[in-house]
Design a protein around this ligand. Structure first.
Ligand SMILES: *[C@@H]1O[C@H](CO)[C@@H](O)[C@H](O)[C@H]1NC(C)=O
Ligand SMILES: *[C@@H]1O[C@H](CO)[C@@H](O)[C@H](O)[C@H]1NC(C)=O
Ligand SMILES: *[C@@H]1O[C@H](CO)[C@@H](O)[C@H](O)[C@H]1NC(C)=O
Ligand SMILES: *[C@@H]1O[C@H](CO)[C@@H](O)[C@H](O)[C@H]1NC(C)=O
Ligand SMILES: *[C@@H]1O[C@H](CO)[C@@H](O)[C@H](O)[C@H]1NC(C)=O
Ligand SMILES: *[C@@H]1O[C@H](CO)[C@@H](O)[C@H](O)[C@H]1NC(C)=O
Ligand SMILES: *[C@@H]1O[C@H](CO)[C@@H](O)[C@H](O)[C@H]1NC(C)=O
Ligand SMILES: *[C@@H]1O[C@H](CO)[C@@H](O)[C@H](O)[C@H]1NC(C)=O
Ligand SMILES: *[C@@H]1O[C@H](CO)[C@@H](O)[C@H](O)[C@H]1NC(C)=O
Ligand SMILES: *[C@@H]1O[C@H](CO)[C@@H](O)[C@H](O)[C@H]1NC(C)=O
Length: 647
C-alpha cells in the first residue's frame, strides 16, 4: 500500500531537493542522460528515417496495483499475450511478483514537442488517466518505474497545469526509447531495449542479463549512468527470462490477505477510492445527540481550519517544483469542499464516529486489518464494519448516499473526520462474502444457476431503485462485478457509488469507468444516462452466464462475443452456440435451454450499441422475474438449497 499522503509528499519533496542538488553539482558534465528526454531527428526523405520502430522496455511490476498482466497491459495499451510471450510467462492470468522482469512491446516514435528549443524527442506515447493522489513524479517513478522522468512529462504536456491536475483527465507519458540507427542495424542490432538502471546494477550485470557485451552497451549510452537512469541495451534477439513459478490468480491484484470483503470498496484501483451507499441510523438519533454532534463537528472544523492555515503557509514557503504543486492543489480542494459541504444535512442520517474509536477498531489502521486499498475491516461493539479512508472529496458521494436506501445497495453507517491529517473515514456495513467478481473468476466454489439468477435480480432491483425512485435520478456509472458484493445469504448489494452522479443526460469530458463495462456512447461522446448502467448490467449478465472475464487474454471484449453468438438468425444454431459458450459449470448443471436463452436475450438487449434500443431497468427486472426458474419474491431471504456448490 502507499505510504500515507503526508509522508509520501515529504518523501517526494526530499527527493526533488536531492535531485536538484544533484543536477546543480554535475550540470557541467555533458554526458549525463538527459532528464527532458532523448532528442532525435527525422529527415524529409522518409526512407532514411529509422523512426518509428518496434522495441521493448524491461518493466518491473509495482505493488499493489500493477501485479497482474491485465493492469500492466492496460497501462501500456498492449495485449496480455504480447507481454507474456516475450517474457516467458506460461499463464497470463497468474499474478506477478513485485519486480519480476517483463518485456513489454512499445512503438518508439520521434515526436516533435511544442517547445521549439527541444526539437524532437524519441519516446513511446502512453496515455495515462489520473487517479486521486497522482502526480507526474509519482506516475513516472512508481507506476512507470522510472522509464520516463517527470521533467519529460512536463515537456510533452505543455498544456497541463502541474499544479492543478484533474482526476480523470489524461496526460501523455513519454516512455524513453530509441530506434537502432543504420550502423547498428548493420551490426545485427534489432532493437534497443529500454532498461532502468537499478541501484545494485553494473554494466557487467546488465550485459550478463541481456547476453550482450559490456562495450556494446557503453557505445550507445552516456558515460555517467546512475541509478534509475534509462539504459538502452542493443540486442539482436530478446533473451528468455527465467520467471519464478506462477502464482495462481486467487490472490491476484496484490492483496495477499483474504480477498474477502473484496476489491469493491476500493475498486481495483485507487481510482475508485470512494463511497458506497446507504442511510444511516438516522431516525433514532435524538435532538440532544444532534446538538452535541454538531458542536463537536464545528469545533473540529475550527481546529481543522487552523491546521489548514498552517499547512498553506508551510507550502507557500517552500520552493516550487514538479511534485510540489500537488500538495497545494489538495489543500485547496479540501478547503473548497469544506466550504461546500453542508455537513449538517447529513448529520441526522449517519453516526459520527470518533476517530479514536475507529483507530481502536482497526488496530490503528494496521496492516492486519487492511482489506484492500484504503479499506479496513474494523470491529466496533462486536459488529464488523468496512472502514474506508478518503480525502474530503467525499462530498459528491455523501450527497448521493443521503438520498438512497435500498436492500440491494451497500449501506453507509456513518463517518468520521480526522483533523490530524485531513482525511475522512466512511464506515459501511461489512459484507461477508466478497465480490461477485471473485466468486466468478477466482473462487474454486462455483455459484449455481439459481444463485446467479437471484444475484442478477438483486442487482437489477438496486439499479431500478436508483434510476426510478430517486430525484434527481442517480446513475451509478461504474457497475461491474467487483462492485457487486455478496452477503452471508449470497444476496447481492451494489457498492462503490464513487463515480455516481445525479442528474442525467449530462455530457462529461472526463471518461471514467472500467473497460469492458463502459457503454460505447459514453466512451465516444461522454453521454451519461441510466442507459449506461443498463449496458454494464448486461455485461454482468453475460459474465454470470459465461463465467468469462469481460476482456479475455487476447483483448476480446465479452459483449462483442455475445453479439456474435446472437447475430445468426437460426434459433437452433443460436441455442447450440450458446450452450457451447456458457460456463462449463452450468453445462454440468443441465439448466433449461429456455431459461438460458431468456437471460441471454435480456443480456444482449442490454448491451445494444444504441442506447435508445436498450430496455429500462424496469423492463429488465420484469423479464428476469419471468424466467421459469425463479418466483420473484424480492423481499424474501430464504434459499431452499445451498446457492453454492464445491467444484
Ligand atoms: C532517400 O534516401 C534513399 C536511401 O538513402 C535514396 O536512395 C533516395 O534517393 C533518397 N530520396 C530522395 C528523394 O532524396
Ligand atoms: C491503444 O492502441 C490502439 C492501437 O493498438 C490505439 O488505436 C488506441 O488509440 C490506443 N489507446 C490509447 C489510449 O492510446
Ligand atoms: C522549453 O523548455 C526549456 C527546458 O524545459 C525551458 O527552459 C524553456 O523555457 C522552454 N521554452 C518555451 C518556449 O516554453
Ligand atoms: C525511481 O527513481 C527514484 C529516484 O529518482 C527512486 O526513489 C524510485 O524508487 C525509483 N522507482 C523505482 C520503481 O525503482
Ligand atoms: C549478422 O548476422 C549474420 C547472419 O546471422 C552474420 O553472417 C553476420 O556476421 C552478422 N554480422 C555481425 C556484424 O555480427
Ligand atoms: C549510430 O549510433 C552509434 C551509437 O550512438 C554511433 O556511434 C553511430 O555513429 C551512429 N551511426 C549513425 C550512422 O548515425
Ligand atoms: C521460462 O521460465 C521457466 C521458469 O523459470 C524456465 O524453467 C524455462 O527454462 C524458461 N524458458 C526458457 C525457454 O528458458
Ligand atoms: C494453481 O491452480 C491449479 C489448479 O487450479 C493447481 O493445480 C496448481 O497447483 C496451482 N498452482 C499454484 C502455484 O498454486
Ligand atoms: C502477506 O502479507 C504478510 C503481511 O501481512 C507478509 O508477512 C507475507 O509475507 C505476505 N505473503 C506473501 C506471499 O506476499
Ligand atoms: C469471509 O470471511 C468470513 C470471516 O471473516 C468467513 O466466515 C467467510 O467464510 C469468508 N468468505 C469467503 C468467501 O472467503
Amino acid at each position: 500500500m502507499f505510504p500515507k499522503i503526508s509522508t509520501f509528499k515529504s518523501f517526494q519533496i526530499s527527493h526533488c531537493l536531492i535531485l536538484l542538488l544533484f543536477l546543480n553539482t554535475i550540470h557541467h558534465s555533458n554526458s549525463q542522460p538527459p532528464t527532458n528526454g532523448y532528442t532525435c531527428t527525422t529527415t524529409t526523405n522518409t526512407s532514411n528515417n529509422i523512426y518509428p520502430c518496434q522495441t521493448y522496455v524491461l518493466y518491473r511490476p509495482k505493488p499493489p496495483e500493477y501485479l497482474d498482466l491485465a493492469s500492466i497491459a492496460d497501462l501500456f495499451n498492449v495485449s496480455r499475450l504480447s507481454i507474456s510471450k516475450p517474457s516467458n510467462i506460461s499463464n497470463p492470468s497468474f499474478s506477478l511478483l513485485p519486480d519480476q522482469p517483463l518485456f513489454i512491446p512499445i512503438t518508439c516514435g520521434c515526436n516533435p514537442v511544442r517547445n521549439q528549443t527541444l526539437k524532437s524527442l524519441s519516446f513511446a506515447r502512453m496515455t495515462y488517466t489520473f487517479k486521486p493522489d497522482d502526480t507526474f513524479y509519482f506516475v513516472s517513478t512508481h507506476v512507470y518505474g522510472n522509464l520516463t522522468t517527470y521533467e519529460s512529462v512536463e515537456v510533452v504536456n505543455p498544456e497541463l497545469d502541474v499544479l492543478n491536475l484533474q482526476i480523470g483527465s489524461d496526460a501523455y507519458f513519454p516512455i524513453f526509447c530509441k530506434c537502432p540507427n543504420k550502423t547498428q542495424l548493420g551490426n545485427n542490432v534489432t532493437c534497443l531495449v529500454s532498461y532502468v538502471f537499478q541501484p545494485d546494477d553494473t554494466l557487467d550485470s546488465i550485459a550478463e542479463l541481456f547476453k550482450v557485451t559490456k562495450q556494446s552497451i557503453a557505445d550507445v549510452n552516456a558515460n555517467n549512468l546512475g541509478a534509475f537512469d534509462t539504459v538502452f541495451v542493443p540486442v539482436s534477439k530478446l533473451v528468455t527470462l527465467h520467471q519464478p513459478p506462477g502464482v495462481n490468480q486467487t490472490n491476484a491484484g496484490g492483496s495477499n490477505s483474504t480477498n474477502n470483503q473484496t476489491t469493491a470498496m476500493n475498486g481495483n484501483s485507487d481510482d475508485h477510492k470512494k463511497a458506497v451507499v446507504g442511510l444511516g441510523v438516522g431516525l433514532g438519533v435524538s435532538v440532544l445527540l444532534l446538538v452535541l454532534v454538531s458542536g463537536l463537528l464545528i469545533y473540529r472544523e475550527i481546529e481543522y481550519r487552523k491546521k489548514l492555515k498552517e499547512r498553506e503557509l508551510e507550502v507557500i514557503s517552500r520552493p516550487e517544483n514538479g511534485g510540489m504543486g500537488d500538495q497545494r492543489r489538495i489543500i485547496k480542494q479540501l478547503e473548497q469542499n469544506l466550504l461546500l459541504a453542508d455537513v449538517s444535512d447529513t448529520l441526522d442520517k449517519y453516526k459520527i464516529y470518533e476517530i479514536d474509536e475507529l483507530r481502536k477498531a482497526t488496530g490503528g489502521f494496521g496492516h492486519k486489518f487492511l482489506i484492500q486499498g484504503s479499506v479496513y475491516k474494523g470491529c466496533i461493539d462486536g459488529k464488523d464494519f468496512a472502514i474506508k479512508k478518503m480525502k474530503w472529496n467525499a462530498y459528491e458521494e455523501l450527497k448521493i448516499l443521503q438520498k438512497v436506501n435500498h436492500g440491494n445497495l451497500v449501506r453507509l453507517e456513518g463517518f468520521s473526520i480526522d483533523p490530524e491529517d485531513a482525511s475522512c473515514y466512511l464506515v459501511y456495513e461489512y459484507i461477508e462474502n466478497g465480490s461477485l467478481n471473485s466468486w466468478l473468476h477466482e473462487n474454486k466454489r462455483k455459484l449455481n444457476w439459481k444463485a446467479r439468477l437471484r444475484i442478477s435480480i438483486d442487482v437489477a432491483n438496486g439499479l431500478q431503485y436508483i434510476h426510478e425512485h430517486t430525484r434527481p435520478q442517480v446513475v451509478h456509472k461504474d457497475i461491474k462485478s467487483s462492485n457487486i458484493l455478496l452477503d452471508s445469504n449470497m444476496r447481492a448489494k451494489i457498492a462503490n457509488f464513487g463515480l455516481a452522479r445525479s442528474g442525467c443526460n449530462a455530457i462529461t469530458m472526463h471518461i471514467v469507468g472500467t473497460q469492458g463495462y463502459i457503454a460505447p456512447e459514453y466512451l465516444t461522446d461522454g453521454v451519461v444516462s441510466p442507459k449506461m448502467d443498463v449496458f454494464s448490467f448486461g455485461v454482468i449478465l453475460l459474465e454470470l452466464l459465461s463465467g468469462r472475464e469481460v476482456i479475455d487474454e487476447e483483448g476480446k471484449v465479452l459483449w462483442v462475443s455475445a453479439h456474435e453468438i446472437w447475430e445468426c438468425s437460426d434459433e437452433g444454431e443460436k441455442a447450440r452456440k450458446l450452450m457451447e459458450w456458457i460456463d462449463k459449470f452450468l453445462q454440468k448443471e443441465s439448466c433449461s435451454v429456455d431459461a438460458l436463452t431468456n437471460i441471454m436475450t435480456v443480456a444482449v438487449a442490454c448491451v445494444n450499441k444504441d442506447p435508445s434500443k436498450r430496455p429500462s431497468m424496469v423492463d429488465v427486472v420484469y423479464a428476469l422475474c419471468k424466467s421459469d426458474d425463479l418466483f420473484c419474491d424480492i423481499s424474501g431471504n430464504e434459499f431452499s438449497s445451498s446457492p453454492i456448490t464445491a467444484r
